[in-house]
Design a protein around this ligand. Structure first.
Ligand SMILES: Nc1nc2c(ncn2[C@@H]2O[C@H](COP(=O)(O)OP(=O)(O)OP(=O)(O)O)[C@@H](O)[C@H]2O)c(=O)[nH]1
Ligand SMILES: [Mg+2]
Length: 357
């Protein structure tokens, strides 16, 4: 399963965010390094399309897509050279597929630390960039030597050179001008800043309603990344309530289905993950595939036999199906498309596979 990791200064609210997503379990405390070993959790990705299809089919079982998230220890200035929890912490970041910066914007006299999210982002990026510079420097001569014997490695060396100059100017790879081809050549280095990135701006309760203004400087600093303002404390409290109470509380605050739902959807998307759906009386389910996958690969998510023996897929968009009322009605109306092995599955497709093994 794909994972994203929370990266932030001590007391930014990483463990509180973890608790909000996992329903508790992590120590959240107003002192630095409350977290030492990472907490790993799983969250289901809210999907109103799935809920509506399940209602249509009167499904006995509903299965959401899910993602894994890791609450990592706080990072401090100098971490790349061993300050705080140093390298131990960096190795935990290396293992995740995407980074979620948790940036504190709430004021609380009882909780030490900066409440300026852009300042924090800078500290975090500098540490990750320094670690990457060291990594590339340690590899580049070896690869250059190898390229002398094997000229096919020249492109990789060029990519490392480019990466090094970008990193040395203080720019993380994720917002550099490195091409997708260069990034592919760098993948085996597992650089910390060569990952997908999102940010959660942890706002105070008093700032609900003013999220956009507070998040704006982070949006500007991160360029294209998803930035989701969340009042983490409140979401962590809300998750402990039952569904009705929770909905009422979020409604009263004007938070809709909650900032967490928005965050999870953004994280899922940023990881390159997409959803196709299956629906029936027994079960409605959201299945995860990688953007760009063809029909047989998507079938393989359900079962390897489906991929191996793939014949064709019957397909309709979720909202069209909903409008028609049932799979049988869609078939009768001639609205089920028949797709072959070259079909690129789209987010929100409802599929049934024909296979033969
Ligand atoms: N007032 C307020 N306090 C918060 C908020 N979010 C977190 N806190 C408090 O801030 C303190 C630190 O939160 P944690 O979630 O433990 O922070 P962390 O980022 O995991 O910290 P480390 O594990 O030390 O790196 C806790 O006492 C939380 O209750 C918030 O939105 N508002
Ligand atoms: Mg913590």
């Amino acid at each position: 399963m794909e994972r994203f990791g929370f990266v932030g200064l001590p007391n930014a609210g990483k463990s509180s965010l973890y608790n909000a997503l996992a329903g508790g379990g992590a120590l959240a405390a107003p002192y630095a390094f409350a977290t030492i070993d990472p907490n790993v959790g799983v969250a289901k990705v809210p999907d109103p399309r799935l809920d509506r299809l399940a209602a249509m089919s009167k499904s006995r079982n509903v299965v959401h897509a899910s993602v894994q998230f890791v609450d990592i220890a706080g990072l401090v200035k100098g971490a790349a050279s061993g300050e705080g929890l140093g390298n131990r912490f960096l190795s935990h970041i290396r293992e995740v597929d995407a980074i979620v910066y948790v940036l504190r914007a709430f004021d609380d006299a009882d909780v030490p630390g900066s409440a300026d999210p852009v300042d924090q982002l800078e500290v975090l990026e500098v540490e990750l960039v320094i670690a990457d510079v060291e990594k590339v420097e340690s590899q580049i001569d070896k690869r250059r030597k190898a390229a002398r014997a094997d000229p096919s490695l020249a492109d990789e060396v060029a990519a490392l050179d480019h990466a090094l100059s970008v990193l040395q100017s203080g720019t993380p790879i994720y917002r550099s001008d490195l091409s997708p081809e260069e990034r592919a050549l760098l993948r085996q280095q597992f650089l910390l800043t060569d990952k997908a990135v999102l940010a959660v701006v942890n706002i105070g309760e008093a700032d609900i309603g003013d999220e956009e203004r507070i998040a704006a400087p982070v949006v500007a600093a991160l360029g294209g990344a998803d930035v989701v303002p969340v009042c983490v404390q409140l979401e962590a409290e809300a998750v402990l309530l039952d569904d009705a109470e929770r909905a009422e509380m979020l409604e009263a605050l004007g938070l809709g289905d909650g900032a967490l739902a928005k965050f999870l959807r953004a994280a899922y998307h940023r990881l390159g993950l997409r959803t196709f759906l299956t629906t029936g009386e027994k079960e409605s389910r959201a299945w995860t595939f990688r953007a760009g996958a063809k029909a047989p690969q998507a079938a393989g998510v359900i079962h390897t036999d489906f991929e191996r023996g793939f014949i064709r897929a019957e397909c309709i968009r979720w909202d069209e199906l909903l409008e028609l009322g049932s799979w049988a009605a869609a078939r009768d109306a001639g609205r089920l498309r028949v797709e072959g092995k070259d079909y690129e599955v789209q987010d929100g497709d409802v599929l049934e596979f024909r296979f033969n093994v």
